[in-house]
Design a protein around this ligand. Structure first.
Ligand SMILES: NC(=O)c1ccc[n+]([C@@H]2O[C@H](COP(=O)([O-])OP(=O)(O)OC[C@H]3O[C@@H](n4cnc5c(N)ncnc54)[C@H](OP(=O)(O)O)[C@@H]3O)[C@@H](O)[C@H]2O)c1
Length: 244
């Protein structure tokens, strides 16, 4: 079976590609670095030739609602149309737990992406996962200044490699609509994660100031609400690994 991974060079995309290789497949990697632009469609038809399954883990690094909606609308539509033309039989898309409960500009883009997948002609699976262990660092890197102002949200972070493995398993199965939510093993406080990351040398040393954020994040909106698969690696175990 030919499988394509859109965003296969990214934080989680690399793990999807590795997990598929470990299962005996050689996926096509779609990214601008490999000559495929999901926004314009350049190189996409050729890259999807003969593909039966597509995993979409492409991303834009932004907090802007407008930029996120534009990116996920454009790439979502372009990919869905190209997948349909190519006769793809399964589109697996990664989304985020709480995307429909927490009001963040980026999440408006992810919701739009989910809608496009659901309305599309290609049978689909959407996996909502919680934040990766990398999230605290990604979050801190977007906060300027001598003090890191971090929302008081609780999160249940999961290892990106475990998300990659879950996506590979879903890609090798039949389309199942909304898959059960995937979360990590433990609930953590985001400001604590930021402090522990800084203490471990994984981010610029500065004080962390927790703040209440309206919109659902500080109220626990990012935590899973139902049963579902849980990753094994904790944030502290991830922090202690050399590649973290
Ligand atoms: N970070 C989290 O905590 C978290 C949690 C749950 C779910 N997610 C979801 O996981 C997905 C992947 O996130 P990530 O952090 O792994 O992403 P990432 O590291 O930012 O990687 C983004 C990938 O998308 C590709 N890409 C971007 N624009 C493209 C374009 N126009 N055409 C083709 N490829 C393009 C990039 O390759 P090029 O630059 O070479 O194009 C790269 O391979 C996202 O949908 C995100 O919402 C993230």
């Amino acid at each position: 079976m030919r499988i394509a991974v859109a965003g296969g060079t990214g934080v989680v995309g690399r793990h999807v590609v590795e997990a598929l290789r470990a299962r005996g497949y050689e996926p096509a990697v779609l990214s601008r670095a490999t000559g495929v632009d999901l926004a314009s469609g350049a190189g996409l038809d050729a890259a999807l030739l003969g593909a039966e399954t597509v995993v979409d883990v492409a991303n834009i690094d932004t907090a802007s609602r407008k930029a996120a909606v534009t990116f996920f609308e454009r790439t979502g539509r372009t990919l869905a149309a190209a997948a349909e033309r190519a006769g793809v039989r399964h589109l697996v898309t990664l989304s985020i737990v709480g995307v429909d409960r927490v009001r963040l500009g980026y999440y408006a883009g992810k919701l739009r992406q989910e809608e496009i997948v659901r309305e599309g002609a290609v049978p689909w699976t959407i996996l909502r996962a919680t934040q990766f262990h990398e999230f605290a660092g990604q979050f801190l890197s977007g906060i300027p200044g001598p003090v890191a102002v971090v929302p008081t949200g609780r999160v249940q972070p999961v290892a990106a490699h475990e998300v990659g493995e879950a996506l590979a398993d879903l890609a090798l199965g039949a389309p199942r609509g909304m898959a059960p939510e995937l979360a990590g093993p433990r609930v953590e406080s985001l400001p604590d994660m930021a402090r522990r990351l800084i203490a471990a040398g994984g981010a610029r040393r500065r004080p962390v100031l927790p703040v209440y954020l309206p919109g659902g994040m500080s109220a626990g909106g990012l935590l899973p609400t139902g049963p579902g698969p849980r990753g094994a690696q904790t944030f502290d175990e991830w922090l202690a690994t050399p590649e973290a």
